[in-house]
Design a protein around this ligand. Structure first.
Ligand SMILES: [Zn+2]
Length: 440
């Protein structure tokens, strides 16, 4: 593999305290040199002046849909979407058919990923068999097969005793348990945040208490077992307070927030006009919350309570969203808009750039110990894997769902103008994607 030189960009590696205009040299898949005035050695030179150069993004929460739901997305289409969004490593949720609940299913999935995936994928195993919440999956067997974490995402583990056992077994096997903290009984068929907008629109609400109660129970079980607990997509101010409290007590709790919950509120469902839009593309589970909740998440990200920004990329087929709001499948396809919305919030002065980059790179790697799987993951360091993203922070562009690589065109951001985009993506030392107007 030939030499690649990324020259003159603002190299930002928060975990290593690097924020300076530097050159980065890559050879044979690894970073070999970071410095100033590095000379080209015959390979490609990318001029990154005015750009941000950072590690490839690492996503702890994405849905690829294959196997079982290929009408919504495939490994090929969704990992291409990830690539274009700057995500060079993604952790794939196990709500597939079959669910990876045993070694044979997990192995078959790994083989399929090795053939089809455009980026590095760590698939999660399920906590319970068929994600049915009744009996535990083959947890030790999954870990032995290389599984990094388990989750029944979308189906919270309701049985507290089962959850306690799952936490203990996962931790003993060196895995994290990522939990969608929610109480479906309390939600009682709710489809949107319970409050002002649900009342105006006449839609059933999902109360804040459903998330808060589940987070509280799972933190208590984390404390009882000493096991590592990762709280998926926190959406509420009260929820993030609980996480901050658990961290302050030294519990092994980590958490993530989605770009959608950082950028949007429940108002996206109603739309901007006087007549409510009932935008099914803004239906997501857990739901978009209030502006107060959104600000609590922004603040928690800036001050470091939030370990990772995870997309919860959830592609759906057109017919899954082209229906009455109550019947619409929850989820947003957001691999290709995540960097744009986050950099827009940086441009607005809401989010701190270094914290955003950290939560997209070293934050998730540290939370799940992923650097033990691939040296240098989430960082740019000599001898480490060369997964690198070049960002254009000031570049304005308009979201066009039809142009997205994802099979899912389900975005509430259609037509929105964002400031900041992904320009070049390097995976394992290879320039695997660059935006068309890139002139490198
Ligand atoms: Zn979830």
């Amino acid at each position: 593999m030939s030499d690649l030189l990324i020259r003159g960009g603002r190299v930002l590696v928060p975990a290593r305290g690097i924020d300076a205009v530097l050159d980065v040299r890559v050879r044979d898949g690894v970073v070999t040199e970071i410095g100033t005035a590095l000379e080209p050695a015959g390979g490609r030179v990318i001029d990154a002046e005015g750009c941000i150069v950072t590690a490839g993004f690492v996503d702890l929460h994405a849905h690829l849909r294959e196997p079982g739901f290929e009408q919504k997305g495939t490994i090929a289409t969704e990992t291409e979407a990830a690539l274009r969004g700057g995500f060079t490593t993604i952790c794939a949720m196990p709500n597939t058919e079959p669910a990876p609940d045993s070694a044979p299913v997990f192995e078959a999935l790994m083989e399929r990923l090795a053939r089809e995936a455009r980026v590095r994928v760590f698939p999660l195993g399920s906590v319970t068999r068929r994600r049915a919440g009744k009996e535990l999956s083959e947890i030790a067997e999954l870990a032995a097969g290389g599984c990094v974490a388990i989750s029944d995402d979308g189906n919270p583990v309701a049985d507290g005793r089962l959850m306690r056992n799952a936490l203990a077994l996962a931790s003993a096997a060196g895995m994290v348990l990522s939990e969608h903290c929610d109480d479906p009984e309390l939600n009682d068929g709710g489809v949107i945040n319970e409050g002002r907008v649900s009342e105006r629109l006449g839609l059933a609400g999902q109360p804040v208490a459903a998330e808060v109660a589940a987070i509280a129970r799972n933190i208590a079980l984390c404390e009882a077992t000493g096991a590592r607990l990762h709280i998926a997509h926190v959406t509420t101010a009260r929820g993030i307070e609980l996480v901050a409290g658990a961290k302050a007590r030294g519990l092994p709790v980590t958490c993530e927030v989605t770009p959608s919950h950082l950028f949007l509120t429940e108002d996206a469902v109603a739309g901007p006009g006087p007549e409510p839009a009932y935008d099914t593309n803004a239906r997501i589970n857990p739901p978009l919350r209030t502006e107060m909740d959104r600000w609590a998440l922004v603040h928690a990200l800036n001050e470091g309570t939030i370990d990772a920004i995870a997309t919860d990329h959830a592609p759906h087929a057109i017919e899954d969203k082209l229906c009455e709001f109550d019947y619409a499948a929850p989820g947003i396809a957001c691999f290709e808009t995540a960097a744009g919305t986050l950099l827009t919030q940086v441009a607005r002065g809401e989010l701190q750039l270094a914290r955003v980059i950290e939560a997209l790179t070293s934050g998730p790697v540290l939370a799940w110990g992923l650097d033990s799987r691939e040296k240098g993951l989430g960082s740019i360091e000599p001898g480490g894997v060369a997964d690198i993203v070049v960002l254009e922070p000031g570049r304005e562009w308009t979201v066009d769902a039809t142009a997205m690589a994802s099979k899912g065109k389900n975005t509430p951001l259609q037509g929105a103008t964002l400031t900041g985009r992904v320009r070049v993506v390097v995976v394992g030392g290879e320039v695997r994607w660059e935006s068309e107007e890139s002139d490198g």
